[in-house]
Design a protein around this ligand. Structure first.
Ligand code: PGA
Length: 248
């Protein structure tokens, strides 16, 4: 039985005062909810959120991490540093990082392995571009992202990985995948996980959909069999909107 999991991805939005205001409003709204929720915030907001969400059950996530233990990597943050301040999740391989910051399946794989050796759960993003969808290579493309991204990761460890299917053409565009398109790919992802691991393992893995999820479309997406949650960008910036999605 997979417990639905909705994560917000704030991207490069909200300073400390704004994060604080969100947290105070959101923790009141969230009280008594049994759906799992987390906010993935800029590094500068993480400590604030961890402290304000303490004891509420709301998780806190980073949006990136480096795969080395420590060293001369100017501008980077390590898994240990995130763990040290109490971060619960970390997004890996978001399409914006693949597009603008040279993230590859290989670096995704290194980051996943480092995170899986810690207490932090990775949220691994995958998803095709519009050209890939239109030319029919979408399934092959996502399969390669999974095979290369998860290479060498054991069945026990992979159960801690949340997979977020985010078609690039649906991110920040207002153009959501139809529930059928989202379900079709999430079912394909689970089938691929069965091939890579086994049925019992694949059955436990949380698969989220992401891309223009908002209060108005959350329930039709979340009611699909193979979709266990959502990764929400723009609509996670307002506590009331994000709560409405969690209450799908
Ligand atoms: P969006 O972003 O909900 O604003 O489309 C989703 C994401 O990039 O994770």
């Amino acid at each position: 039985m997979r417990i639905p999991f909705i994560a917000g991805n704030w991207k490069m939005f909200k300073n400390r005062a704004e994060a604080e205001a969100f947290a105070l409003e959101f923790k009141d709204l969230y009280q008594g909810t049994d759906i799992r929720a987390a906010i993935c915030a800029p590094f500068t907001d993480l400590d604030t959120l961890v402290k304000l969400f303490e004891g509420t059950g709301i998780g806190v996530g980073a949006q990136n991490v480096h795969f080395e233990e420590e060293g001369a990597f100017t501008g980077e943050v390590s898994v240990r540093m995130l763990e040290d301040i109490g971060v619960d999740y970390c997004i890996v391989g978001h399409s914006e990082r693949r597009q603008y910051f040279a993230e590859t399946n290989e670096t995704v794989n290194l980051k996943l392995k480092k995170l899986l050796a810690s207490s932090i759960r990775p949220i691994m993003c995958c998803g095709e571009s519009l050209e890939q969808r239109d030319s029919g290579v979408l399934f092959d493309f996502v399969k390669t992202q999974l095979e290369e991204g998860l290479a060498g990761i054991s069945a026990d460890d992979v159960k801690r990985v949340v997979i977020a299917y985010e078609p690039i053409w649906a991110i920040g565009t207002g153009r959501t995948a139809t529930p059928e398109q989202a379900e079709e790919m999430c079912a394909f992802i689970r089938k691929t996980l069965i091939e890579m691991y086994d049925e019992e393992t694949a059955d436990e893995i949380i698969i989220q959909y992401g891309g223009s999820v908002k209060p108005a479309n959350a329930s039709e997406i979340m009611n699909q069999d193979e979709i266990d949650g959502a990764l929400v960008g723009g609509a996670s910036l307002k506590a009331a909107d994000f709560m409405q999605i969690i209450d799908f």
